[in-house]
Design a binder for this molecule. Structure first.
Ligand code: GLN
Length: 611
């Protein structure tokens, strides 16, 4: 048997990463950083790569579990945290967003005496200062905790590296005093720097970095824990600054060649985050003159060029956001309709269209949807939009959808949303429309939404839906063509059964010993899981499969008060012997009903699959 580890190693991306690892491990250029004495103790041959997908699958190659200090990579997360905790106005007032073109530890500020950006030391120390102002003595714990939430586990601080940097960090002290001179940094320099040195000394692995990167790629939701760790505003701004300034003075070349927002640290870590795709974490302590890990850079470059992952290289077919589109003529609800209802639906099915949307709805997707909605036929009265397969809807997409809905309201089209799961981010994005606002109706299940629209179409055509009106035995579909005599001798064998709404009439797994003819009311056939297979009304039979099967294959529930006539299989067998022609007729009726059901099912499959 193939072990889980082996089967992961066989995945195409795992093989690619293993090849990169093997090739770049032979590159011995670059030097381990020594300006923080403790960093000099790193093993220069360590090399680990990890990739975490936005759905939370982690690939690991080489020394992906070796701990090292996060160093400057913390700057990205502290910037995001500052945006969320103290507000973007305050952060943006003291830190710029321009690339500096200087090394990370430059003592130069911008013309307005603000640090160039939050990815160089001056800007990072400023953000840490803001967090010290807002969190007081708890700033350091808060920061370590936040980094851990991004990584999906509690992280510790490498005390030796912290002490080592504190003892030698005069350059950062110089930067901090300069910031204080200009009023950018408030509070005590040593206190702020202690928090800064501690955040740099948080111990992580390449695997942790990949999860942290995937959290950024996933709009701030950690794909392993599901926790929203940072707002999507903070994440988008952080990725922006990482794009222009994450790789220090080689930032321009980085965007040009790799095109993935990234951040490196002098201990040898690199984190790269490609929105909606993946998070990459690498560790190799040999760094180049700019302070970037040599092998890590090569791994990022290889990944980007091999798979064409440059962020400006994205694209896709916007049309795939419509998973299916049909009218209720080809895909009807699971409600079995009586002949006069069927006739109405046959003539008016084009009045209700269903659009099943899918994926992450963006500006481009919904712009396409809006054109499709605009082109729907003039006789449209009901539009069901199903969101079951939609993962998210961007603000721009929501604006466009709102515009399209306004247009529908003006055309007197009633809109129904289905498939919006409770408590999801999607529900939050659509909340403006839920609760009956703007004339949008919300029905949980798509099938029920279609049934609702069918009911409306039937009612508008004066087709009565009075399911409590009793039906004659002669109107039973299964008994079509039987003579009066045959019907009355059959009636003698039947017993009346009454059920209250909510009663279980038939239980799945029981022996199938009788059939029930619905005289009035509504009954639903459901799988034990609750999934509805059909809803039947007067004139239809349930449990009729007893004529073919030995056991009940589903539950049958009374949805309303129900009256039935029950015929035992034993009595029916006797009846067939006495009335062979009628018996054959009933079996032929059953075959016809089953064949109709099959045709409907095939049409549905075709309508859904042809998309
Ligand atoms: N702690 C380090 C410093 O401030 C971080 C630098 C880095 O990773 N580039 O010097």
């Amino acid at each position: 048997m193939v072990s889980a580890r082996e089967s992961v190693a066989e995945l195409p991306l795992a093989r690619f990463l293993a090849r990169c690892h093997a090739e770049f491990a032979t590159d011995h250029s670059g030097e381990v950083a020594t300006y923080i004495p403790e960093l000099a103790r790193a093993n220069p041959s360590d090399f680990g790569i990890a990739v975490t997908t936005v759905d939370g699958f982690v690939y690991e190659i080489g020394d992906s579990a070796v701990p090292f200090t996060i160093q400057s990579i913390s700057k990205a997360f502290v910037f995001a945290l500052a945006l969320d905790l103290v507000g973007h106005d305050r952060v943006e007032a003291v830190v710029g967003v321009e690339p500096s073109g200087d090394p990370f530890n430059s003592i130069r500020l911008g013309a307005d005496n603000r640090p160039f950006n939050a990815m160089v030391n001056a800007g990072a120390i400023t953000c840490t200062g803001l967090l010290c102002e807002s969190e007081g003595g708890g700033a350091s714990a808060r920061l370590t905790d936040a980094l851990g939430r991004f990584a999906g586990r509690r992280l510790g601080v490498d005390e030796a590296t912290f002490e080592s940097e504190r003892a030698t960090g005069d350059r950062n002290r110089a930067i901090a005093y300069l910031l204080r001179t200009h009023g950018v940094l408030k509070g005590d320099v040593d206190t702020v720097l202690d928090v800064y040195f501690r955040q740099c000394a948080v111990s992580v692995t390449a695997r942790d970095l990949s999860v942290m990167a995937a959290t950024l790629a996933n709009k701030g939701i950690n794909p392993l824990t599901g926790e929203q760790v940072a707002s999507s505003y903070a994440v988008a701004r952080t990725l922006s600054v990482m794009t222009s300034s994450g790789m220090y003075d080689s930032a321009g070349r980085w965007v040009y060649r790799v095109g993935i927002p990234a951040k490196s640290g002098v201990a040898g870590g690199i984190l790269a985050s490609l929105p909606s795709q993946l998070g990459l974490g690498t560790y190799s302590p040999r760094i180049d003159d700019q302070g970037n890990s040599v092998r890590g850079l090569r791994a990022c470059e290889a990944l980007s060029s091999h798979f064409g992952l440059h962020m400006l290289n994205s694209g896709g077919d916007v049309r795939t956001c419509i998973a299916a589109s049909y009218d209720v003529g080809s895909v009807c609800s699971r409600r079995s309709r009586r002949p006069q209802e069927l006739a109405i639906l046959e003539a008016h099915h084009a009045e209700c269209i269903v659009l099943e949307l899918a994926g992450a709805l963006s500006f481009a997707n919904v712009e396409y949807v809006s054109r499709r909605i605009r082109s729907l036929q003039p006789q449209l009265s009901y539009l069901v939009i199903d969101f079951r397969r939609v993962s998210s809807i961007s603000e721009a997409a929501a604006h466009l959808l709102a515009g399209a809905l306004d247009d529908l309201v003006a055309r007197r089209v009633e809109v129904v949303f289905s498939g919006v799961a409770k408590g999801t981010p999607l529900e939050a994005s659509l909340s403006g429309w839920l609760g009956g606002k703007h004339g949008v109706r919300v029905i949980a299940a798509l099938d029920e939404a279609i049934e609702w629209a069918e009911d409306r179409i039937i009612q508008r055509q004066d087709g009565h839906l009075d399911f409590q009106k009793p039906t004659l035995l002669a109107e039973q579909q299964l008994l079509t063509g039987l003579s009066q005599d045959e019907l009355s001798s059959l009636a003698d064998l039947m017993a009346t059964r009454n059920y209250a709404a909510g009663d279980r009439m038939i239980e799945s797994g029981d022996p199938a010993a009788s059939l029930l003819f619905v005289g009035s009311g509504l009954v639903s056939v459901r799988l034990p899981s609750g999934v509805r297979l059909a809803t039947l009304s007067a004139g239809m039979a349930v449990g009729e499969m007893a004529l073919l099967e030995t056991h009940r294959s589903a539950d049958v529930w009374a949805d309303t008060q129900v009256t039935c006539l029950e015929l035992s299989l034993k009595d029916f067998t006797g009846f067939r012997e006495r009335h062979p022609r009628a018996g054959e007729r009933v079996m032929a009726n059953l075959a016809r009903l089953l064949s109709k059901r099959l045709i409907v099912a095939n049409n549905k499959i075709e309508a859904l699959a042809s998309y």
